[in-house]
Design a binder for this molecule. Structure first.
Ligand SMILES: [Zn+2]
Length: 218
């Protein structure tokens, strides 16, 4: 099946906030895409680079002062170091989770704010990181409240596709099914409370129905 891998850029009066960074921009130069070492069952392709899309908006990577990734699988962290100056909001449980060969999850020099739960990024309730562990130890989702569109929860990989969500199925490559179920419930409760919509990161059918940069939601 085809699936998508979406990055989101949020404009706030206090600055730009980037959510997820996709697979590495270097994949865009590979005509046949890249089969990553893990998981081998997928082929990554990147028709557009994140850098070019940011430039298309009239921005430079250095303009992004804050960012977060939903979790540290490589289809979400591929371009974190395009923004070496941006404060990275990450759950401590994810940051401390040993990578392959005990490698750190992020470059140790990258500025971070380590979290232990939810975080109201700008202090006004407009952008809130939701702790949603289960897929990984420190997985997180993002609640964004837009003036006209209303509340949106960006799933990360708490669910991969609409079908996972409708049936409350934990995805494969998941570390804790009970935590995943609780996190899906937390997202459902948040959507009910905020009358929000769920945007599922890897769901192609949903993504194909949405506006893409340089178009935007306000
Ligand atoms: Zn993913």
């Amino acid at each position: 099946m085809d699936f998508v891998d979406t990055c989101y850029l949020v404009e706030h009066a206090k600055g730009w906030f980037l959510w997820d960074t996709g697979v590495a921009d270097s994949v865009a130069a590979m005509p046949n895409g890249l089969v990553p070492a893990d998981p081998k069952a997928v082929t990554w392709r990147r028709p557009k680079t994140l850098a070019a899309q940011i430039e298309q908006l009239g921005l430079k990577p250095a303009d992004i002062k804050a960012m977060a990734v939903s979790h540290t699988h490589p289809d979400h962290t591929g371009n974190v170091e395009l923004f070496p100056q941006a404060t990275l909001y990450v759950q401590k449980a994810e940051y401390d989770w040993p990578g392959a060969n005990n490698a750190p999850r992020f470059k140790p020099s990258h500025p971070v704010e380590l979290l232990a739960g939810d975080k109201d990024v700008f202090g006004d309730g407009s952008v809130t990181i939701l702790s949603t562990p289960g897929h990984t130890p420190g997985h997180q989702s993002l609640l964004v409240k837009l003036p006209k569109t209303g509340a949106v929860v960006l799933s990360g990989d708490a669910v991969h596709f609409r079908d996972n969500w409708d049936n409350r199925r934990a995805p494969s490559m998941n570390i804790d099914k009970d935590q995943s179920a609780a996190s899906m419930q937390k997202i459902a409760d948040t959507l009910a409370k905020e009358k929000g919509q769920l945007w599922i990161n890897h769901d192609k059918a949903q993504r194909d129905s949405q506006k893409m940069a340089p178009e935007f939601y306000d």
